[in-house]
Ligand binder design. Structure first.
Ligand SMILES: [Zn+2]
Length: 195
């Protein structure tokens, strides 16, 4: 299906390679390693050529945001320049490498990749920082330690805690939401994503 300028949907392999390498093998907005090639400047409907400069890697959920008008081309262009998604991409890269390691269990293949899909870059950073408390104790609290270590407002750290808890990667004592610790699942996940 060609657009009104007669441009085919099929992006040539060499253009895809250029985009893939430039965008670091992951969605430019959130870092997920399952992505597609998207014309964004101009949109495919208006494009006359497959120019790498106007094409980015986007995952399904970020592409959906773009379609619904929540991601402008300015935001996408800025995200493409931003290095702060490296951490999640690293986790993805290691998880995927481990998923093809025949020595590892099927559980890592399926369930860990499902977990990684639901993390955003800050969640990944927060989870890795929680490892600093080898005995489960971060001072003065997990929230304050992570907030200072990452230079991120504590409200954002708390949002990450909520997501990580929903995924079963951390837990906390009743009334100690600001002071979670890694669960066994969280430790195994990190080990799988780091080996
Ligand atoms: Zn994305």
């Amino acid at each position: 299906m060609d657009n009104r300028h007669g441009l085919s949907r099929n992006i040539p392999a060499d253009v895809k390679r250029t985009v893939r390498q430039r965008d670091g093998f992951g969605c430019v907005v959130c870092g997920k390693a399952i992505y597609d090639y998207e014309h964004f400047d101009p949109e495919f409907a208006d494009a006359t050529q497959h120019d790498p400069a106007g094409i980015v890697l986007l995952c399904i959920s970020c592409h959906g945001k773009k379609t619904r008008g929540f991601l402008s081309k300015q935001t996408i262009a800025a995200a493409r320049q931003s290095p702060n998604r490296t951490e999640l991409k690293d986790i993805w890269r290691r998880l995927l490498a481990n998923a093809f390691d025949p020595v590892r269990s099927k559980w890592i293949r399926a369930s860990f990749i499902e977990i990684a899909k639901k993390l955003d870059p800050l969640d990944a950073l927060v989870l890795e920082k929680l490892q600093d408390g080898a005995d489960g104790q971060l001072k003065p609290s997990s929230r304050d330690y992570v907030s200072t270590a990452l230079g991120v407002p504590s409200v954002e750290v708390m949002l990450s805690f909520e997501n990580l808890k929903a995924l079963g990667l951390i837990w906390h004592q009743p009334h100690e939401v600001h002071h979670p610790m890694l669960t066994d699942k969280g430790r195994v996940f990190l080990a799988a994503a780091q080996a």
